[in-house]
Design a protein around this ligand. Structure first.
Ligand SMILES: *[C@@H]1O[C@H](CO)[C@@H](O)[C@H](O)[C@H]1NC(C)=O
Length: 277
């Protein structure tokens, strides 16, 4: 599980379900997964997520059978077997039977204390972008998708969703088209997707059109804290949407609210709204 924070991604967290009655259905099949064989040739085919190369700061997390001895680091095998580090050899002599193999740790790797929600909350609270929603919660995400009228996401989240679904594209417009085309129960109100890309234009994807809406650039010194920017965008957008305003007004208000929030520490605001239609 790997999460990155992209400083350009001012907008975070977001797959929003709204204005529709949300009912959870069960028995939905999760997205298609690639199957890998236990050899390097196969494992190395796993694609690197785009943001792994592109983002500047990230949270990188390892989890494996070395968590069973919980000694040293994830380089346990190398330190013990290849480098024959005396600390590791002593640790094994003291705690395991002779001839115990690294592979035998697997039997005790039950992950019974692993709690995906706790990790997700930690990443959210760190202000990281939120591809983990697609990586960890794909099944519940697909469960609610038929009820979703409006999907908000930033580019990292859209790419994470596409990767988790096995969509053979990293084109944001194409991903948006596929998102709006996913099965929807209420066909009277076609789904729309709103994908943000930092200071590049916001994309509004409807079933038959894609429009771009420019984002006002902030000077670097004006940006105080990007936490909550995605939520603020959604809030600004909805404040106009429920009043029946045009998409142009809704998105401009989303950008206004996000722009305001990132100039303040935490998800706080001050003064009266200066948003003008
Ligand atoms: C996982 O963590 C969440 C958040 O702390 C908590 O509400 C939930 O009860 C935990 N689940 C289990 C099975 O411990």
């Amino acid at each position: 599980m790997v999460i990155m924070k992209c400083i350009r991604c001012l907008i975070h967290v977001v797959l929003c379900v709204l204005l529709s009655k949300v009912t959870y259905s069960s028995g939905q099949t999760p997205g298609r997964r690639s199957r890998y064989e236990p050899n390097w040739a196969s494992l190395d085919q796993r694609p690197l997520p785009r943001w792994y190369d592109e983002a500047k700061v990230g949270i990188f997390l390892h989890y494996g059978v070395y968590s069973v001895p919980s000694f040293g680091s994830e380089w346990f095998w190398t330190n013990w077997k290849n480098l024959r580090n005396p600390d590791y050899i002593r640790f094994m002599q003291r705690n395991y039977k002779p001839d115990f193999t690294y592979q035998q740790f697997a039997g005790d790797f039950t992950a019974e204390l692993f709690n995906a929600t706790q990790w997700a909350l930690l990443f959210r609270d760190s202000g990281a972008s939120a591809p983990f929603i697609s990586q960890v919660f794909m099944a519940p995400l697909l469960d609610v998708m038929p009820y979703v009228d409006i999907i908000f996401g930033n580019e990292a989240e859209a790419h994470a969703f596409a990767t988790a679904q096995g969509w053979p594209t990293d084109d944001l417009r194409e991903i948006g088209k596929r998102l709006v085309a996913l099965k929807k129960l209420n066909t009277e109100r076609p789904r729309i997707a709103i994908l943000t890309q930092g200071c590049d234009p916001v994309l509004l994807i409807q079933h038959d059109s894609i429009q771009e809406f420019p984002v006002k650039m902030l000077a670097v010194h004006e940006i105080v804290d990007t936490n909550g920017a995605g939520d603020a965008f959604v809030g600004g957008f909805l404040s106009q949407y429920v009043q029946g305003k045009s998409m142009d007004v809704c998105i401009r208000c989303g950008n206004y609210a996000a722009g305001h929030i990132i100039k303040n520490p935490g998800c706080t605001y001050s003064g009266a709204s200066e948003f003008v239609e």
